[in-house]
Design a protein around this ligand. Structure first.
Ligand code: PEP
Length: 252
């Protein structure tokens, strides 16, 4: 059965002590609650080891926000999949729209990042999604199809089974404008259909597809109750333990 997941993308937020405090709050909350989902936090790279130490003692899981497409060498400032694996990283976000926009990451480059992660047994949380203009032109399905085809569909079935997907309409990220539950369900069902066509019905049924874009404690329940929505990738609301854990408690 596919997993329900709530993953927090902290982006470039929090000093070390703030990150420690937030991790501690989430850790303690996880001790008390019995949840119907896995909880992943994706802090800045500098804090991965500290958060991994917490994860060792708990159900909490940790993911990185980025990885280099290169194996190793003269790439100043980059972090490799081997480095992430050496601190037991379980997940890594790939293809976030901010990386596509500000760092000009291409579908081809993202495919290489996915390969590097899978080489080291790290599960990619792969983000897809259209910008507002693309939705207004009614080409959002084509955009997501191309992102899947060019960055993921070179994988064989076994490799693909390690991928978590996140549908993040770019117009909903950090804007307070959430996709309606119907819009999210429609795209998630489309993604699952594409996966069934490429691989098979079982592979499509097993993959977790998260929704991301202004998800908060007020709208998470309705979004997560959609058939093909298996949880959320949470930005802003993951920076406060109470909000983040309230979202994690939103599964029926
Ligand atoms: C994100 O950046 O992945 C995200 C979903 O952000 P927010 O929840 O703030 O819209």
């Amino acid at each position: 059965m596919r997993k329900n997941i709530v993953a927090g993308n902290w982006k470039m937020n929090k000093t070390f002590s703030e990150a420690e405090e937030l991790t501690d709050q989430i850790f303690l909350s996880l001790e008390e609650k019995s949840l119907k989902c896995d909880v992943i936090i994706c802090p800045p790279a500098l804090y991965l080891e500290m958060t991994s130490d917490y994860a060792e003692e708990s159900r909490l899981k940790v993911g990185a926000q980025n990885v280099s497409e290169h194996e190793k060498g003269a790439y100043t400032g980059e972090i490799s999949a081997a480095m992430l694996a050496s601190i037991d990283m379980e997940y890594c976000i790939v293809g976030h729209s901010e990386r596509r926009k500000y760092f000009h990451e291409t579908n081809d480059q993202l495919a290489q990042k996915v390969n590097r992660l899978l080489d080291y047994g790290i599960k990619p949380i792969f983000c897809v999604g259209e910008v507002l203009e693309e939705r207004e032109k009614n080409i959002h399905f084509d955009i997501v199809k191309k992102q899947l085809e060019e960055s993921l569909f070179h994988l064989n079935k076994d490799e693909f089974s390690n991928v978590v997907l996140a549908y993040e309409p770019v117009w909903a990220i950090g804007t307070g404008k959430t996709a309606s539950p119907e819009q999210a369900q429609e795209m998630h069902a489309y993604i699952r259909k594409m996966i069934a066509e490429k691989y098979d019905a079982n592979t499509a049924d097993e993959v977790s597809i998260l929704y991301g874009g202004s998800c908060n404690p007020g709208n998470a329940k309705t979004l997560f109750s959609q058939n093909d929505v298996d949880g959320g990738l949470i930005g802003g609301a993951s920076l406060k333990a109470d909000d983040f854990m309230a979202i994690a408690e939103s599964f029926e």
